[in-house]
Write a protein that binds this ligand. Structure first.
Ligand code: AIR
Length: 453
């Protein structure tokens, strides 16, 4: 059944036949920029609302409304000029989405975004949906400090709202450090999470349409540094058999229980003891899905456009193994205190299979996501080798915090080069379990080599 709200690209707007169908996005960062690129490639007109005059998405959209997210006049123009609106940043107030939804189709909906914007609501929602997460406690007032069970330590204290990319997080080794940690975060509502022993971090990016049909990207393996995603690999290496299926099932269940429409990312921890726990989710495309621009025949941004416009969601196929490296502002500073200088892109672009994406941010800052680089190759091993070379040329730290995660020889045999034809990935469609072939090479699923968390 086609979506009754289907908005055909390049067609006259059903709301105003004098203009072309227009898609709007709240937030003008890199995620909005890549959404705009995908929408424009299909032939949609695009409008971005973002307060920054040089926002990455505002610079490429047909129209940039440069105003705060809750500016009444700008929201009226957005609602009047768009046929559907989405968001790219969970810090956009959910109330704004709710107000817009009274006038224009909005996806994801305000209720789902509200849950994703608040870590305590998010964890409670995971638990309600039967999705296990790390032991945690809510911290809202002074009295809560003494009620925290000792078993939660060592722990991480995170602000309940407005945190991303490692912002708003403090490590808390023991109960005696909790009061100071909470003070350091401004005594705002927080969640305290037990620090668990991680074997790996995984994520699932899925898209769900208004009829509840769901497709997903391959399960991604992520390495974070200082709370910021550093490296993503697909197919995910060294994921125990059955575990990828489980992550896909859990992510699909979360989306269904939110009655979610749009692109959703759920991040998971794989523990040393084999359990899979949900970490957090994002109501938008995700950094760990950026590889899909170059390694899949349907990117997460294509999926975001399709879900919003009510176009059919087709199964993304991973056609090449890939390694994605984040390019942080640090790369622009050759030494502490130095003036920013452009990294040596020429050397990196001379490597095979390198796809450079810069977001057009005018001010490099340490820890700021300035772009990413995806290496695609015929095999995972080749992608890792070229990625390590690119990282070396750019002066990045070793990618996996040590030697590259070369697959351990497995008793079953085929090496990862030989096994890569099994790349076809994967839809859950109606929630169906993906096939073994969809989960990548057997040795990458089953081998148990350790990876840096
Ligand atoms: N973003 C949203 N949540 C997490 C991230 N990284 C993206 C969005 C947002 C941008 O980061 O695209 O607009 C903000 O980046 P910056 O560098 O301006 O803080």
């Amino acid at each position: 059944m086609p979506d009754p709200l289907m908005l055909l690209p390049g067609a006259p707007s059903p709301r105003d036949p004098g203009r072309t169908v227009t898609l709007g996005v709240l937030g003008g960062g890199q995620l909005g920029r890549m959404f705009v690129h995908a929408a424009q490639a299909l032939g949609y007109r695009t409008v971005v609302l973002d307060p920054d005059a040089t926002s990455p998405a505002g610079l490429v959209a047909h129209r940039h409304l440069c105003a705060p997210y809750d500016d009444e006049a700008a929201l009226a123009v957005l609602a009047g000029e768009c046929d559907a609106v989405t968001t790219e940043f969970e810090n956009v107030p959910a109330a704004v989405l709710r107000r817009l939804a009274a006038v224009v189709p909005v996806a994801p909906g305000a209720d789902a975004v509200t849950v994703c914007q608040h870590r305590a609501l998010e964890k409670a929602h995971f638990e309600r949906s039967g999705v296990p997460c790390v032991p945690w406690a809510r911290l809202e007032r002074e009295a809560d400090l003494s009620r925290v069970p000792a078993s939660l330590f060592p722990a991480l204290l995170k602000t309940a709202t407005l945190g991303y990319d490692g912002k708003g997080q403090v490590s808390v080794p023991g109960p005696e450090a909790l009061a100071d940690a909470w003070a350091a975060l401004g005594r705002v509502p927080c969640v305290l999470e037990q620090r668990v022993s991680l074997r790996s971090e995984l994520s699932v990016v899925l898209a769900r349409d208004r009829a509840g049909r769901c497709v997903h990207l391959p399960v991604q393996h992520n390495v974070h540094r200082d709370g910021i995603l550093a490296v993503t690999q697909v197919p995910a290496p060294a994921v125990a058999a059955g575990l990828a299926d489980k992550a896909l099932r859990l992510a699909t269940a979360v989306a269904a229980s939110l009655d979610y429409v749009g692109v959703l990312c759920v991040e998971f921890f794989e523990l040393d003891d084999g359990r899979v726990l949900a970490n957090e989710m994002a109501p938008r495309p995700h950094n760990s899905g950026h590889h899909s621009l170059d390694a899949c025949d349907r990117s997460q941004f294509d999926l975001q456009v399709r879900a919003l416009a009510g176009l059919p969601l087709t199964v993304p196929r991973l056609h090449s193994p890939a390694v994605m490296l984040n390019l942080l502002g640090d790369l622009w500073f050759a030494s502490p205190g130095a003036a920013p200088s452009t990294p040596d892109w020429a050397s990196v672009l001379a490597l095979p299979g390198v796809h450079l994406h810069l977001y057009g941010k005018t001010k490099p800052r340490r820890g700021r996501k300035m772009g990413h680089l995806t290496v695609t190759a015929a095999t995972s091993a080749q992608a890792r080798t070229v990625a390590a070379e690119a990282a070396g040329l750019l002066g990045m730290p070793p990618l996996w915090g040590g030697p590259a995660p070369v697959p351990a020889p497995s008793a079953a045999g085929p090496d990862d080069d030989a096994a890569d034809p099994g790349l076809i990935q994967a839809m859950s469609g109606d929630g169906a379990t993906p096939t073994a072939a969809s989960l990548g090479p057997a040795d990458e699923r089953a081998s148990a080599r350790p990876l840096e968390p």
